[in-house]
Design a protein around this ligand. Structure first.
Ligand SMILES: *[C@@H]1O[C@H](CO)[C@@H](O)[C@H](O)[C@H]1NC(C)=O
Ligand SMILES: *[C@@H]1O[C@H](CO)[C@@H](O)[C@H](O)[C@H]1NC(C)=O
Ligand SMILES: *[C@@H]1O[C@H](CO)[C@@H](O)[C@H](O)[C@H]1NC(C)=O
Length: 358
């Protein structure tokens, strides 16, 4: 999830649900090759195959994954108990003329256009498609959790009002208030930002499209939580843009909002807790993404089709400082515990190549 004009295990799987899953009869889908515990999930298999090939370039964790993840967030956060908006209802596609014109949705028209063609091709609502594509896209990123997907969002009734999507130049107070209004705690905000592990920005500095937020943009690891805590020293392009602050590495872009959340007393300890804890990051991101995918929706009316989401590859790398950095480059912000001690990769100072457009 990238904020604004940029560019984005649930514990209930206890023994009880495992036992009932074992008793559930799987149906064979009309395609004759896939099975599902609920026949309604069968519609998803041809869509899965199609988007892996034709949206995600053969199952990559690349630009369309970042953009699709960003779209899950920009659609879902369009919800407020007082201001309106239907949440994760697909309104950003259905009412795209209105919503893609919002400043915070800058550049999102490209992925909206791409996804729209799939929504038109299949019997699936725009709201379902956006969340499905997000969950499938994330499954292409090694180290990611297998996200949940629930099917059954009805068509959007209206466009979301403007000014509900946070911007990277918003203050922490503004960002946390916006999320609280939509039902999210500060801890969940930080967990959702694990998405920046696989993100890149095209629009904060448009002279350098595809600039990643961490040194491992195709991998769902904890590096973003480490690298954002390093002292900023440079701009990857030729200066400061709104919502951008200095980053620690050549070729890396740092959002002001990430920088501030990593250093604010309300969020710094949660931020730090992910820096060397892949499983905690995975678990809390998965839970927060499920919640995000259900904003404005009635969970009880939906069908759990999580089994259709592919299982991501597990991760083999370890949390580290980028080459050329030392622990003294970490700007300690959590008052309760020291930042985890990490060693730097060897070699010349890390420079991050841009994410190629596809
Ligand atoms: C489309 O999906 C709905 C359920 O979401 C189903 O009731 C309907 O029969 C489907 N239509 C077609 C043409 O498959
Ligand atoms: C910024 O950098 C780009 C190349 O990265 C260059 O084309 C552009 O002219 C620069 N803009 C300014 C205002 O210096
Ligand atoms: C990771 O976080 C969990 C809490 O979710 C904690 O129990 C565990 O000790 C942490 N692991 C490390 C290595 O810090």
């Amino acid at each position: 999830m990238a904020f604004g004009a940029l560019s984005t295990a649930l514990l209930f799987f206890g023994t009880a649900s495992l036992a009932s899953a074992a008793l559930t009869k799987h149906v064979t889908c009309p395609d004759g090759k896939n099975t599902a515990s609920n026949a309604a999930c069968c519609v998803l298999f041809p869509i899965l195959e199609d988007i892996q090939e034709n949206l995600f370039d053969g199952g990559e964790c690349g630009e369309e994954v970042h953009e699709s993840l960003r779209l899950t967030f920009h659609d879902a956060i369009g919800f407020s108990p007082t201001k309106g908006g239907g949440g994760a209802d697909g309104s950003i596609i259905t009412f795209d003329k209105i919503e893609t014109a919002f400043h915070a949705n800058g550049g999102i028209d490209e992925i909206v256009e791409k996804q729209k063609s799939f929504v038109e091709k299949y019997n699936i609502s725009a709201g379902d498609f956006i969340q499905f594509a997000g969950a499938v896209g994330v499954s292409n990123c090694p180290g990611a959790p297998q996200l949940d997907f629930l099917l059954g969002r009805p068509p959007a009734k209206a466009a979301s009002p403007d000014f509900l999507v946070p911007e990277p130049f918003d203050s922490v107070t503004t960002i946390l208030a916006r999320f609280r209004d939509a039902g999210f705690s500060p801890e969940e905000v930080v967990a959702l930002l694990a998405s920046h592990s696989v993100a890149a920005s095209d629009h904060v500095d448009s002279s350098i499209p595809g600039t990643p937020f961490d040194s491992t943009p195709g991998i769902f690891d904890t590096q973003v939580f480490i690298e954002v805590q390093l002292r900023g020293t440079l701009f990857p392009g030729n200066g400061s843009n709104p919502g951008e602050v200095e980053s620690p590495l050549l070729g890396e872009l740092r959002l002001q909002s990430d920088h501030d959340l990593a250093r604010d007393s309300r969020t710094a300890c949660t931020w730090q807790s992910f820096a060397n804890n892949q499983s905690k990051m995975q678990r809390e991101f998965k839970a927060a993404m499920l919640k995000l995918s259900l904003v404005g929706q009635k969970k009880a009316h939906m069908i759990d089709c999580s089994e259709v989401i592919p299982k991501p590859q597990s991760l083999k790398t370890r949390a580290h400082l980028p080459a050329g950095k030392k622990m003294t480059d970490i700007e300690q912000a959590c008052a309760k515990a020291p930042f985890p001690s990490l060693t730097a990769e060897s070699g010349p100072a890390t420079a991050v190549p841009p994410v190629p457009p596809s």
